[in-house]
Design a protein around this ligand. Structure first.
Ligand SMILES: [Zn+2]
Length: 274
């Protein structure tokens, strides 16, 4: 546990990777930073999402940079229109290219993607929310989940594990998990509705809500998602937790909160090698 992500450099482009995922030899993956793309302010430079107001040509160019590094085809990107919900799609080659070259072709109303098909590049996008990577190395199944506070409160990571069990016979005890860079408890102050949502859902809420005065708290989404995954049957020794705050490190990450909403998106990419 807590062995962390490692920062790799490919030319000018910097990407975080999960050592245990690399050790399997089964997947290409990474959590991108804002470093090493071609975009201008406020999306400088490696914005990977179409919906934030950046030039579509820049986004496509940036996706090509990342796909080249990962050995993936841009035509095989599968992405979703994320809505901070808890719906997850099991995808196959019929979904190849969804959202690859334009936002309006993405799978609607979905915050998690699962597949057992090699060559499909699962892509989800982030500016402070938590990226969760899941790999079942025995059955060769992958899952990628976008967990903001709403998705976390809805246990979207555990939901993905359950779908992998039911659809592919995955054993949670054998799965590897990475919980990536995202806004940390240092910066994520929340108010009463968020506090109450976590207090009503999780008996261990004192571990993740740190009192901040004025009826506010600082929310630890890293520990919350770790606990949720362990409750879902994941071995804590199989979890790698980045513990890197996107808001504290805006020289390398886009941060929605840190930029007051006007910024780009990092990508969490995960693909079974073809
Ligand atoms: Zn921080």
């Amino acid at each position: 546990m807590d062995r962390g992500f490692i920062l790799k450099e490919y030319g000018r482009t910097k990407i975080y990777e999960i050592p245990s995922f690399n050790q399997t030899g089964l997947v290409s993956h990474g959590f991108t930073t804002r470093v090493g793309g071609v975009g201008g302010k406020p999306y400088d430079t490696l914005n990977l999402a179409f919906h934030v107001g950046d030039s579509p040509e820049v986004v496509i160019n940036n996706r090509q940079i990342v796909c080249h590094i990962l050995g993936a085809k841009t035509d095989n990107i599968v992405s979703a229109r994320q809505v901070h919900g808890a719906d997850i799609a099991v995808v196959d080659h019929r979904h190849a290219g969804c959202g690859a070259l334009a936002g309006d072709t993405a799978i609607p109303n979905t915050d998690g993607l699962i597949t057992d098909r090699p060559g499909l590049l699962l892509a989800t996008f982030y500016a402070d929310c938590v990226p969760i990577f899941i790999l079942d190395p025995l059955n060769k199944v992958i899952g990628s989940v976008h967990a903001g506070w709403k998705g976390t409160a809805a246990r979207i990571g555990a939901k993905a594990v359950k779908i992998m069990e039911e659809t592919y016979g995955s054993d949670p005890g054998q799965c590897l998990v990475g919980i990536g860079p995202s806004i940390g408890p240092c910066c994520y102050e929340v108010d009463r509705p968020v506090i109450e949502a976590f207090q009503s859902e999780f008996g261990w809420w004192p571990d993740i809500l740190l009192p901040a005065g004025n009826e506010k708290a600082r929310l630890d989404l890293w520990t919350a998602n770790l606990k949720i995954m362990v409750e879902a049957g994941i071995d804590p020794d199989n979890v790698e937790l980045a513990r890197i705050c996107s808001c504290c490190n805006q020289h390398i990450f886009f941060s929605y909160r840190g930029s007051h909403g006007k910024t780009g998106r990092m990508g969490a990419f995960l693909m079974l090698k073809p």
